[in-house]
Design a protein around this ligand. Sequence first.
Ligand SMILES: *Cc1c(COP(=O)(O)O)cnc(C)c1O
Length: 417
Amino acid sequence: MFNSDREKKREISLKRARELKKTIEDYRKAVGSIPTGFKRWPQIQKNQERIKAYFGAGDEEWSNWHWHLRNRITSTEVLKDLLPLTEQELEEIELTGSRYRWAVSPYYLSLIDPEDPDDPIKKQALPSILEYRDPCGELDPMAEEYTSPAPAVTRRYPDRLIINVTNLCAMYCRHCQRRRNIGETDHITPREQIEAALKYISDNEEIRDVLLTGGDGFMLSNKRIAWLLKELQRIPHVEIVRFGTRTPVTLPYRIDDELCEILTRHLPVYVNTQFNHPLEVTPAAREACLKLARAGVALGNQAVLLKGINNDPFVMRKLNQELLKIMVRPYYIFHAKKVQGTSHFRTRVEEGIEIMENLRGFTSGLAVPTFILNAPGGYGKTPVLPEYVIGMGKDYLTIRTWEKRVMNYENKEGEAD
Ligand SMILES: *Cc1c(COP(=O)(O)O)cnc(C)c1O
């Protein structure tokens, strides 16, 4: 009797397990053909050898972030020797480059598959004529220029704000939503402005969370970062500091031992980065992220939903799973705003909702970020979710699960005897 009851339960569980297995059969079939930085690494290393030979650089230079910044590729003269591009492509890069600045670190360039015209790395790194031809879009859709109560500060929320510490980046993303900040020249925010921002924070006790970004927060020297963290630590109401940086993706060698030691001395520190495609998750990126994690830094990812790059539920699922393997917790997926020169990357919002639909339940909750729209006028990040509550009764609601099973859920307060 007992045995057959147990067998019955096992039988039911096995049937359910087979059903569950079926729900990811399509993903498991597709995932083999999604390229990742680990799978492509042998080819990437060959690219790196070619780039090093071109610059006459050795391994020591290659792993030095200053070398990469000094040798960022910013002209078609250099580019044409490193990647096979047609005359037309080169002309288009020239033309678009005359309107919007571009620069790529040798490392990020090495991730490009020279044979693939639709390479997701190339699309993020090299100017496209579509930027030049983009008829619409604004330069400041988030009205950041109207949310700056002090020099270098952007404040859109009650208890936290951004200090824009530089406009410098290792690579100028073609989809950059802060394009207007990038301008024509690199500039580290002058010390007086940073001091004014610090004074503003000091004077406003409700600010407990300070984000250092730009540009790229890790483009500052270690010395400048150490100074900033020390100054922030002296403000008693500042509880946490965050960095916004894409260096783990575009220049992983930036994460050097000295930086890690500085960050460790000033915990709690959070780093939010931006991986947009599994190809960016390479052994070098892993090394950088693990170094930060060992230093005690919590890592988050803020992906941008980009047409032709990651607007695919399986690519996004793979990306978020790859990130967990390197200790990066998916945090946000942003819908791309209407920014001049980036319209060709914009998807409809439904695509983001579809991606979320294909994450929740199908994979680890840790791999499920929040899909965010930025409200016009700088009124803040607004989450958008698939609808799981499909009806509200008096004492129950009707829900549908990740598998789209519809059921009622009792909704009553507990009653004491
Ligand atoms: C995105 C952003 C933040 C941080 O938002 P969280 O949701 O807390 O990550 C803070 N200030 C500004 C101006 C921002 O754009």
